[in-house]
Design a protein around this ligand. Structure first.
Ligand code: ADP
Length: 587
């Protein structure tokens, strides 16, 4: 049962009051009783002695009637019961009996007070009187008259008076006790009210603190221990609040950092359950619902490498790279994950980084380097082999020499073209290709480009038809646009074969000018269409090389179009051939 401070205080003061009241009451009663009895005994001794003296000197006390009469008078004057007993124990007179009754009274010779009085000169005895039916005090003293009468004079009185006094005292004590009780209730109530006010405030404050709320101001009402405690709690609350504020700031800072990170960060508990996941983690792994707090991570990500990583990270930092199975409608992701143990909780922090693009670029770069080396190797080996042959004697014969020098020249030209294309490409990709877009008339530029490829067209017996409205204006860098047109025309002439037919057309579509270069060559199959713009992608490598192609032309063209805000594509030409098109803004 919870009785509270007020109840405890009241109970304590009640017990104290009862204990003190009972002990002091009993003591008071006992000492009062013995004091009263001593007083009564003293009085009785005096009365008995007076009686003895009176009997000794009374001249006419020679018969029972006279002695009894004397006893009656003495009894009246002392207020006690007076009994005169002869030496042989016969009762000679009694203040409360008439002479007839005195004759009938039994012999008092064996009464203990009488025996004591005879033996020691005084007998004081307290005992129950069967005659009167109450507790009595008897005092007896001996007497001896000159005429030879000897005996004992006894004075006695009932102790009921003592009982009455003690009873009154007891009543008094009970009343005092009741008053004390009421006072105790009031006092303990008052004291506990003062105490509990501070205590309640203390309880409220500690409750606020434990709930993490800002604690209400705690009043320090007294300078006692409770006041001291309130002061300590107040300081504690202030310290805690300052600490919590600091932690809150720390947490906010931590959260901001975590949320602004591009890396996915996850914290797991000792059982591998998610305790924290940042926004990047949700974005990488398929939404916040997948990373619900308390969910085992490995239920969400079923990657064996991740299981191993988390196991390893329980003791020391570790890292791994793995393929993340594709979410619905997405492609596989390549993930680099690092994990470190959280020493205090036995959990693990996992940081994940999507390296899909990085790895793709690495592959592109690797392939590019391999392609470049491959492209360079053939002409360089031709030059070296032929130079060696020439040096080892072929130079002597001019006809033979020519046979070896011509391939060397072709290889050198190819190398030159390759290096020039590579330089263009790297300058464009590095952003060093300075473009100055201006408003241009399209027709003259197409004309100039066509003139640039006229030699190749003549060699190939190809007719280049230009169908461009003289009014069309577009916004582009003139050199870049010419390079684009020359490249597309060159390809069209090259791949359409002898006697081919090439056409350049243009039209305005909204805010764009669409330019088309079509041929009636072999065309490009659907599966190659998107890829012909990739670096070194060729449908027929041998044929392309034979025709002096580097495999970089279309990729340069695409780059030049894209950086000028345009688009490029290829579609089949009717009835045969291909149609390369690009768009640029209206000038
Ligand atoms: P190349 O230097 O080999 O011509 P390009 O980048 O200019 O390199 O072209 C890439 C490939 O696209 C060519 O090798 C060729 O197979 C194909 N191609 C380009 N233009 C045409 C076209 N007009 N007709 C058919 N195929 C073409």
């Amino acid at each position: 049962m919870n009785i509270g401070v007020r109840g405890k205080l009241f109970a304590a003061s009640l017990v104290l009051l009862l204990a003190v009241g009972t002990v002091s009451g009993l003591y008071l009663e006992a000492s009062m009783r013995s004091w009263l009895e001593a007083r009564i005994a003293d009085d009785l001794v005096d009365h008995a002695r007076t009686c003895a003296d009176v009997v000794e000197v009374a001249k006419a006390a020679d018969s029972v009637e006279r002695v009894d009469g004397l006893a009656d008078r003495l009894g009246r004057s002392t207020g006690a019961r007076i009994t005169i007993i002869a030496e042989d124990g016969r009762v000679l007179g009694d203040s409360e009996l008439d002479p007839q009754a005195v004759y009938a009274v039994e012999n008092h010779g064996r009464r203990p007070e009488v025996l004591d009085a005879r033996a020691r000169g005084r007998g004081v005895i307290e005992r129950y009187s069967v005659t009167i039916g109450t507790r009595m005090l008897y005092v007896a003293v001996p007497f001896e008259r000159e005429d030879g009468l000897r005996g004992v004079a006894r004075a006695s009185t009932p102790l009921s008076e003592v009982d009455a006094v003690v009873g009154r005292l007891r009543l008094l004590l009970l009343v005092a006790g009741a008053i004390g009780l009421v006072l105790a209730v009031i006092m303990s109530g008052l004291a506990s009210h003062l105490m509990t006010r501070t205590l309640r405030a203390l309880v409220q404050t500690t409750r606020d603190i434990s709930r993490g709320e800002r604690s209400s101001d705690l009043p320090v009402t007294s300078g006692d221990e409770l006041g001291g405690l309130a002061g300590s709690v107040r300081r504690l609350a202030a310290d805690l609040e300052a600490g919590v504020d600091e932690l809150r700031q720390e947490r906010d800072r931590f959260e901001t950092i975590l949320e602004s990170m591009s890396e996915a960060v996850l914290a797991l508990d000792a059982d591998g359950r998610i305790t924290l996941a940042n926004r990047a983690a949700a974005a990488l792994l398929g939404g916040p619902e997948v990373l619900e707090e308390g969910r085992p991570l490995l239920e969400t990500l079923r990657a064996p490498q991740l299981v191993d990583l988390i196991d390893a990270a329980r003791s020391a930092s570790a890292s791994t790279e793995f393929d993340l199975a594709a979410a619905v409608g997405a492609s596989h992701r390549r993930i680099v994950a690092r994990a470190a143990p959280i020493s205090s909780s036995g959990g693990v922090v996992v940081a994940m980084h999507d390296v899909t693009e990085v790895r793709r670029l690495e592959t592109v770069r690797r392939d590019f380097v391999a392609n470049v080396s491959h492209e360079l190797r053939t002409p360089v080996s031709i030059i070296r082999a032929n130079a060696e042959t020439l040096l080892s004697g072929a130079l002597e014969s001019p006809d033979t020499a020519r046979r070896f020098i011509e391939p060397m020249q072709r290889s050198a030209t190819r190398l030159g073209a390759l290096i020039s294309d590579l330089l263009d490409l790297s300058r464009i990709e590095a952003g060093q290709y300075r473009l100055e877009p201006t408003g241009l008339g399209l027709a003259p530029l197409v004309q100039r480009a066509a003139e640039g490829v006229s030699l190749a067209a003549d060699e190939n017996e190809t007719r280049v038809e230009i169908d461009v409205d003289a009014e069309l204006q577009l916004r582009a860098d003139p050199d870049a646009l010419e390079q684009i047109l020359v490249n597309l025309l060159d390809n069209a002439i090259k791949y359409s074969g002898k006697g081919g037919h090439v056409r350049v057309g243009a039209e305005r579509r909204g805010e764009r000018i669409r330019v088309e270069v079509s041929d009636d060559g072999p065309g490009i199959e659907e599966r190659h269409r998107a890829r012909v713009f990739e670096r070194f992608y060729r449908i027929d490598t041998g044929r392309s090389r034979e025709m002096g192609g580097t495999g970089l032309g279309l990729s340069i063209v695409k780059n030049l179009i894209t950086i000028q805000g345009g688009e490029i594509g290829v579609e089949p030409n009717r009835p045969k051939g291909s149609r390369f098109w690009f768009t640029l803004p209206v000038g």
